[in-house]
Ligand binder design. Structure first.
Ligand code: ATP
Length: 732
């Protein structure tokens, strides 16, 4: 072990030396500077990676029948002095696969698999498995687990509020999914706690390792349901030495806008329906107006546009099939030409030459009244303006959404200035596609960046000039020219990771997209995501049985077939690593009430703790004491109180130490925010309230019950819902 850490230290020192020397270089030709920037980025990345893999650098060893052996770890290390012989095998390398897949029945030449337990840089223990067919006991329940002792230690450990990586104990069914080929859509369906999120993140690391060249350029996007969840999983990829992945919610994908507004569940569900794509398209056409007559005062005269002329211009513009803001140019040209003809014939065509006619056109184009008229007939629109003005006007909604019922249309009405909601984002994105990019802000940003680069280049040249001790007055002008040129070249080659560039660009398309809790996404959100991934290289991870959002999915085929028809591959995870069997037995009844055909995943272990229910006369009175009593039981771990969304604020006041950030020991959450998370102990408050709160209430209760890794208690005031009759009632 010390040899491996010695090698890691050498590499770290080498990179910091190179980084320091790159940082010391200043000036030089533009090419030297851009090379320097690339080196700085490269060495900084290397240093970040070396620190990230410090913990648990090496976690396994494979001994082969032919007496060969090698160590497995987070990254590959090679012996420089001995022709780069491998010292440590990267877990993602094909040669490392038997560590995850070899079994006694199919040992792949492996004699022994060793899982190493390390603390800081020391080995503190190990578990060996001898892959010997005669040792297979067919009666053992856990047969088929890889590295069972290490796995059980990992799943039993107290939770920290941050998801950890599972690189040392990936199971065979998970490994197969992680290493599925890059192309095409892979769906990972699995019950709660089956490691879907873990698999998705390890797959991102695997794909970046295996297809580095292809993916580093376009980047990988991981989409999660909310920012709490993204924070929870945020450390996993860095701990695997990967930092260039963009983590985002769908609500954050519309660059330059924060969609934190809230709205009624029915409104959000409606906005998620695929029919909204037509509503947005109709809303844009509706803005291309053709009134019976428009009169435009121009100089001493009044020019007239009748409906026929407007419709003709509009037809031409529409036939370009360009987005609204781009087609506007054609519309303007047609209108100006109609108006110019009128003006010319009134003045007398024979009195004017071509230069006069050109002047008239120019004057018309610049005239305030003409501009205002054109703006009314074919306005320049941003997605924000389009939607805001649509929501503000029941009349506009009626025209754009004639296929919706009056009650549905009423759900869309909203006063201008209200905050954008997550369900608005796919609509804004749809609108942006149909309107054409309004890139004023991007252009302004690029211009600012260019100016900074010019200032920098100018600064460098100034220094060089001074060093040359030349006449500053003469050099000024040429320097300026050079500075522009240098800055431009320099700017084009500035090093930014794909993830950074992608985050600043709405139209960025990714090399691979991973969608977690994918069952929650609406049809409109899928359209947004599919646009970000034209190659349709995607990993879609979720559990149809856990769908809580009314706009969410009821079947993978329904979600995916509009984009890839039947060309997607279903993979399944069946073992639950989180929830112990005692809790799963209770959750299984709830699952059966969602759909009797659904099969719950099999728990990998028992906890020895029986979940309970307690009927109380008042939650206000009882809950603080129950929380107090539960805290010592979780020790260093975490406790979550999960309540119906509507009662979360009041429940929070009952648990004084509770916070909504996951670092706190006790958190109070609604089901939506608890999705994908886990805690050592969970208290579910008011299960009947959770069931009643949404048409998908049973799925929500199933999610709430399956968040616990050890202990579960249910607190209720009225009768315990029928689906929980398997719980033991306790008193006192
Ligand atoms: N092979 C493994 N080794 C160790 N721990 C594992 C393994 N697979 C999963 N786990 C652990 O099980 C827990 C559940 O995993 P994860 O959150 O990925 O499940 P999930 O399927 O996404 O669950 P849900 O659908 O409820 O969100 C995590 O703590 C994860 O680290």
């Amino acid at each position: 072990m010390s040899m491996l850490y010695g090698r890691l230290d050498d590499l770290r020192e080498q990179s910091s030396r190179r980084l320091a020397s790159a940082l010391r270089q200043t000036g030089g030709t533009h090419q030297m500077r851009s090379e320097r920037d690339t080196s700085v980025a490269l060495y900084s990345d290397q240093l970040a990676q070396y620190s990230a893999v410090e913990n648990g650098l090496c976690f396994g060893r494979l001994d082969f029948d032919d007496e060969g052996r090698f160590y497995i770890g987070r990254i590959g290390l090679f012996d420089e002095d001995r022709e780069y012989e491998p010292l440590l095998m990267d877990w993602r390398a094909p040669a490392a696969r038997p560590f995850y897949l070899a079994t006694a029945a199919a040992p792949e030449g492996v004699k022994r698999r060793r899982h190493l337990r390390t603390r800081q840089r020391k080995v503190v223990g190990f578990d060996d498995e001898v892959l010997d067919i005669t040792s297979v006991d067919p009666a053992r329940r856990s047969e088929g687990l890889t590295g069972e002792a290490t796995l059980l230690a990992a799943v039993n450990a107290a939770r920290t509020g941050q998801m950890g990586d599972i690189v040392a104990t990936i199971q065979a069914e998970q490994d197969r999914i992680i290493r599925t080929e890059l192309n095409g859509v892979v769906v990972v369906q699995g019950g709660p706690g089956t490691g879907k999120t873990a698999v998705a993140l390890h797959r991102a690391a695997y794909l970046l390792y295996t297809h580095r060249r292809q993916l580093a350029k376009r980047g990988v996007l991981v989409v999660g349901p909310n920012t709490t969840f993204l924070r929870y999983i945020g450390q996993v990829l860095p701990s695997l030495g990967e930092t260039g992945v963009l983590l985002s919610t769908v609500g954050e994908l519309f660059t330059g806008l924060v969609a934190t507004g809230r709205e009624a569940a029915g409104t959000a569900a409606l906005k998620g329906r695929v029919q909204m794509a037509d509503v947005v398209a109709n809303a844009i056409r509706d803005r291309q107006e053709a009134p019976a007559l428009v009169e435009i005062p121009f100089e001493q005269d009044t020019l007239k546009l009748n409906r026929q002329a407007i419709t003709a211009a509009r037809g031409r513009a529409r036939r370009t099939r360009r987005p609204h803001n781009e087609a506007r140019r054609t519309f303007v040209r047609e209108i100006i030409s109609t108006l110019a003809n009128q003006a010319v014939s009134r003045l007398g065509r024979h009195l004017l030459d071509q230069a006069d006619i050109d002047d008239i056109r120019r004057e018309l184009r610049e005239d305030e009244n003409v501009r205002a008229a054109v703006e009314r007939l074919w306005p320049t629109l941003t997605p924000q303006r389009l939607l805001e003005e649509l929501y503000a006007s029941p009349k506009r909604i009626a025209r754009a959404a004639s296929k919706l019922s009056p009650a549905e249309r009423a759900l869309l009405v909203r006063t201008p200035g209200a905050e954008w909601t997550p369900a608005d984002v796919p609509l804004l994105d749809e609108a942006a596609e149909l309107l054409g990019e309004d890139d004023t802000e991007t252009k302004a940003r690029a211009e600012r960046r260019r100016r900074q680069a010019i200032d920098y280049a100018q600064g460098v040249l100034d220094i060089l000039d001074l060093e040359d001790d030349a006449d500053p007055d003469i050099l000024m002008a040429t320097d300026l020219v050079d500075a522009y040129r240098l800055a431009e070249r320099h700017g084009a080659e500035t090093y930014e990771t794909a993830a950074e560039r992608a985050a600043a660009d709405r139209t960025w398309t990714f090399g691979h997209v991973i969608v977690d809790e994918a069952q929650e996404l609406s049809a409109m959100a899928w359209r947004t995501l599919m646009r970000r991934c034209p190659s349709k290289s995607m990993t879609v991870v979720g559990d149809i049985a856990q769908t809580g959002d009314i706009a969410g999915a009821s079947s993978w085929s329904e979600v995916l077939s509009p984009y890839v028809m039947e060309r997607w591959k279903l993979t399944e995870l069946t073992v639950n690593y989180r929830t112990p069997s005692e809790i799963m037995a209770v959750a299984a009844d709830v699952l059966a009430s969602v759909d009797p055909a659904l099969v719950p995943p099999t728990s990998v272990r028992d906890s020895g703790f029986e979940p309970w229910a307690r009927r109380v006369t008042s939650v206000e009175e009882a809950l603080p004491g129950l929380v107090e009593r539960e805290i010592p039981a979780v020790g260093d771990g975490k406790l979550a109180v999960i309540a119906p969304a509507a009662s979360v604020p009041s429940v929070r006041t009952l648990v004084p130490d509770a916070a909504d950030d996951l670092d706190a020991q006790v958190v109070v959450l609604g089901v939506t925010d608890a999705k994908g998370l886990e805690f050592d102990s969970v208290l579910v408050v008011d299960p009947a309230g959770i069931l009643a709160e949404s048409p998908r209430g049973a799925s929500d209760l199933y999610v709430a019950l399956t968040r616990a890794t050890q202990r579960l208690g249910v607190v209720h005031t009225g009768e315990l819902p029928e689906v929980l009759s398997g719980l033991r009632e306790v008193t006192g």
